[in-house]
Design a protein around this ligand. Structure first.
Ligand SMILES: Nc1ncnc2c1ncn2[C@@H]1O[C@H](COP(=O)(O)OP(=O)(O)OP(=O)(O)O)[C@@H](O)[C@H]1O
Length: 610
């Protein structure tokens, strides 16, 4: 957003908060285990084995050197023990390599399976939520973070498991070092404390930066899409928008880059400084071990074992703390993911819901309905009173933005009215089970989705359980005039639509609408809603589509929204909306006699056709 101040310091996450996010880790692992228990337990077992190998190898190294020293001092050499030790070390080295590869492989497989699982869960969860949640930008940010981190979560899994593995390595090495020389522990602490301080200092900062930029990243994604996609290409070329979009993208990305660079430089600077202190402590320990060896307290083998163990311990401990911040950082994303999954979708009340009536006898009634969109103070519609009687075809007309689609969304219970109520058979619709209630409706929205899938799938979306029912798909296509679209396409029903995928064919606006109408015919719905479904059809096709619609849906209840009065007049009754209120309602003849807005607009359009 231009001019808006963005700084990661403004909502920085501190160490305690990062630490608290670890509470999601057990749930995370439960989910991973569920995805593939066998792979999961093999991975854990492999890591435990792999963790004890380093100390065993170092110990073997010590035994080999000590044996070499003994053999040097002997007149007649007996090399058998030495070769056995070397052979065991060799076998262990091979085993360790195989084990590491096995662990990486199972990490990758488990990670892939888990990321498929999470993507599926995110899709399913999104469909459970209410429309107002989906339209909320904060919600979108949460969804964005939950979605973005799919691969990050895989890294988190490996990191946590590796952390457990390293802990075992550290404890075993520590036991070895302590048994020789407890004093070394003090130097060890001195060598790792700087790393710990550094990590605490920067804990959560990367996440904070990324989080504070969620909205901008969405904007960047959008600009990338607007500047480089087939959908926008025509206008971008025609209006020469490419530089404008590229500059805007660059300006915003540069800001992010600068903040990210500053953070990375600070991290690198402090990291190097603390590392020098740590290295000095290590060399202090080394000098100490060398002195003790020269003094004859330690053997040469002890020297190798101790210096090797100490060095490994130091790097493992440093790695342990560095990884710890990576883990807490990623766990913060985990928190976003689980918070997203735990979002509740609020059916207005938790009381028992009524089953829906099998057949609609009376119809729907809007009683004094008023509505404001969430986070808005503006009444979009108010004092709305009308009936949608069972079996009737009711048309909504009115200028753009007067609330026609909003009334449909209220009828479909995508939103609750802010005041008043909607009734079905004299009972408030909110008392009925929502999922069952929505089954009544077959709807085509004006912004219906053009799924970039096959034509068959696009029609079957109306009743996806019937996708194998060719007869039903044929009949829906026939009714909606989509049959001719099918026969024009080389692959018929199996033609992929849209340009995104190989062999995809794009359709004209009118052809897409015919397919969308077929979608409504797929479902044997009690109530049909057509929100400007024919705006892209030519005049003849539109009249034909509507006349068919009226014939084919005899006895069914329907709402039709259209700006074409030649279509609207076919409806049983017409409701005229103005500024969010009902101005008049009645049959075509009644409204013409009324001689108000409807008659005026009708005559205006009729004159236009003469
Ligand atoms: N999701 C939303 N959040 C906030 N305001 C909205 C939302 N959807 C629509 N509006 C506002 O509600 C008003 C009514 O919109 P609606 O889509 O119901 O009009 P319409 O009569 O169907 O218009 P058209 O003929 O152009 O399709 C408009 O002012 C619009 O800006």
């Amino acid at each position: 957003m231009p001019g808006k101040k963005r700084s990661f310091e403004t909502n920085n996450i501190n160490f305690r908060e990062s630490f608290a996010s670890l509470k999601f880790v057990p749930r995370f692992f439960k989910e991973i285990r569920k995805v593939n228990p066998l792979l999961f337990y093999s991975n854990v077992t492999g890591r435990i084995l792999n963790a004890i190998l380093p100390v065993v190898m170092l110990w073997l190294g010590k035994l080999i050197i000590d044996e070499v020293v003994v053999q040097i001092g002997l007149e007649t050499k007996d090399m058998e023990r030495l070769w056995i030790l070397v052979a065991v070390e060799f076998l262990l080295a091979v085993f360790s390599d195989l084990l590491s590869r096995g662990i990486s492989l199972s990490d990758a497989l488990l990670g892939d399976q888990y990321s498929i699982e999470t993507s599926v869960r995110i899709i399913k969860k999104t469909s459970e939520l209410n429309l107002d949640q989906l339209e909320d930008s904060e919600f979108y940010d949460k969804l964005e973070r939950a979605r973005r981190q799919t691969t990050g979560r895989v890294g988190l899994m490996s990191n946590i498991l590796a952390q457990g593995e390293d802990l075992i390595v550290i404890l075993s090495l520590l036991a070895g070092v302590v048994s020789f020389e407890p004093w070394l522990i003090i130097l060890l602490v001195v060598s790792v404390v700087p790393t710990i301080i550094n990590e605490i200092k920067f804990s959560g900062t990367s996440y904070s930066l990324a989080r504070s930029w969620t909205q901008e990243r969405r904007e960047l994604d959008y600009l990338r899409y607007a500047g480089a996609s087939d959908v926008t290409a025509k206008e971008v070329k025609l209006f020469g928008l490419s530089d404008y979009l590229a500059d805007r993208f660059k300006g915003l990305s540069d800001k992010y880059y600068q903040q990210s660079k500053r953070l990375a430089k600070q991290r690198a600077g402090w990291g190097s400084f603390f590392n020098v202190i740590g290295t000095a402590a290590y060399y202090g320990a080394y000098v100490f071990i060398v002195f003790r060896t020269v003094a004859g307290v330690f053997s040469l083998g002890d020297l190798t074992f101790l210096s090797g163990s100490f060095n490994r311990l130091r790097s493992k401990l440093q790695g342990f703390f560095t990884r710890f911040t990576q883990i807490t950082d990623s766990a913060l994303y985990l928190q976003d993911y689980f918070e997203f999954l735990d979002l509740t979708f609020d059916e207005t009340s938790s009381e028992e819901k009524l089953p829906i009536p099998e057949k609609i006898e009376k119809g729907f009634e809007f009683r004094n309905v008023g509505f404001k969109y969430p986070k808005s103070d503006k009444w979009v519609v108010r004092n709305i009173n009308f009936e949608l009687r069972a079996g009737e075809k009711l048309a909504f007309v009115g200028e753009n933005g007067t609330g026609k689609t909003t009334l449909i969304k209220l009828l479909l219970r995508f939103y609750e009215p802010t005041e008043g109520e909607i009734l079905l058979e004299n009972i408030p619709v909110k008392n009925y089970d929502q999922t069952a209630y929505r089954q009544y409706f077959g709807v085509i929205f004006q912004d219906f989705v053009k799924f970039e899938l096959t034509l068959r799938e696009n029609i079957a979306m109306g009743e996806i359980g019937e996708i194998e029912n060719q007869g039903r798909i044929d009949s829906a296509a026939e009714k909606s005039l989509a049959r001719e679209v099918v026969s024009d396409l080389p692959l018929g029903y199996d033609q992929p639509l849209g340009k995104r995928f190989k062999h995809g064919k794009d359709l004209s606006g009118g052809q897409w609408q015919k397919i969308a109408i077929a979608r409504a015919y797929m479902k044997d719905a009690e109530v049909l809603i057509l929100d400007e479904p024919t705006s892209a059809l030519d005049a003849r096709a539109e009249t034909e589509a509507f006349q068919r619609f009226i014939q084919l849906t005899k006895g069914k209840t329907a709402v039709i929204i259209s700006h074409r009065f030649s279509t609207v007049r076919i409806a049983d009754r017409i409701m005229v909306l103005k500024d969010g209120s009902v101005l008049e309602i009645g049959t075509h003849e009644e409204l013409m006699r009324n001689d108000k807005l409807y008659a005026e607009l009708f005559n205006l359009q009729a004159a236009g056709y003469q």
